[in-house]
Design a binder for this molecule. Sequence first.
Ligand code: HEC
Length: 170
Amino acid sequence: MLRTSASRLFVAAALASALAACSGEGASDTAASGDAAPAGEVPPVLKERHDNFEGIGDAFKAVRGELEKDAPDFALIAAKATDINTRAKLIETHFPAGTSVDDGYDTEALPSIWQKPEEFTAAGQKLIDESAKLMTVAGGGDKAATGAQALAMGGACKGCHDQFRLDDKK
Ligand code: HEC
C-alpha cells in the first residue's frame, strides 16, 4: 500500500518535471505576459530548439560523411540515426505559441507552424519514422540500402523546411 502510493507519487513528480523541462511552458508564459518580444527576454526554448536542430544537422552530416566512404561505419550511422530519432521526438515540445519570426524573435520558425499544427506534427512524425527506419537499415550493413534510407530521411527534413522554415535566401 505504502509502496504503491510512494511510487505513484514518484512517477507523478517525474512526469511533471519532465513536462516542465520539455514543454517550454515557463517560456511561453514569459512570452505571453511580455507580449511583443521584449529585448533581453528571449524565451529559453528558442535556444533549445536551435541547439536541437543543430544536433540533428550535425548527426545528418556525420551520416552523409560515412556514406561517402568505401567502408562506412554502420554502427556509427545507426547511432547518429538514433540521435536524430531522439531529437525528432523533442521538436514538437519546442514550439510554444508566440515564438514565430512574426513575433519579433530571431528565428526561422514560420507562423504556418501554428496555423497548420496537424501538418507540422505529421512532418515531425515523418522524421521520427524515417530515422527509426535508418536505425534498422544501417544495422543490416548494406551501403546502397542505407544510402537510400538516408536520402528518404533527408526528404523528411526538406518536407518540413519547405513548409515551416523561413528560407531567408529567397
Ligand atoms: C517538423 C519540422 C522539421 C523537420 C522534420 C526538420 N526540421 Fe530542421 N528546422 C525546422 C524549423 C521550424 C527550423 C527553424 C527553427 C528556428 O529557427 O527556431 C529548423 C532549423 C534547422 C536548422 C538550423 C538550426 C538553427 O536554429 O539555426 C538545421 C541545421 C536543421 N533544421 C536541420 C534539419 C535536418 C538535417 C533535418 C532532418 C534530418 C531537419 N532539420 C528536420 C523544422 C524541421
